[in-house]
Design a protein around this ligand. Sequence first.
Ligand SMILES: [Zn+2]
Ligand SMILES: [Zn+2]
Length: 141
Amino acid sequence: MTSDIEAQLRAVSLRVTRPRVAVLAALRDHPHVDTDTVIALVRADHPTISHQAVYDVLRALTDTGLVRRIQPARATARYESRVGDNHHHVVCRSCGAIADVECAVGHAPCLTASNDHGFVVEEAEVVYWGVCPSCATERTS
Ligand SMILES: [Zn+2]
Ligand SMILES: [Zn+2]
């Protein structure tokens, strides 16, 4: 399990360090968490890893593309280790819960903009806003 995390780090020429492995492992088990949650998860298993170390690792992993930073409007930034597949997110307006949404049917058709205005499109970011099942239940009861 940690060995393929180590392989991921080596693939982007990052040295394998305990904080980097810990952050990637935390994100693999807990997608779409904010910085404070990453810190709590990492420090639960590795109390000696500092807050600053986690911040630094998140930045290094985001810069090298191993981690994706998502920032829905009006929400705090979240991180996930599922990268490179152009997937989208559905966000609950009420509690901020986030779930993955596969790209609309087929192979990233949203990359084919109806009018690209001459831009070379590389990525499409779609955020679906709504109400999650547990907030919806709360509203009706
Ligand atoms: Zn909700
Ligand atoms: Zn995601």
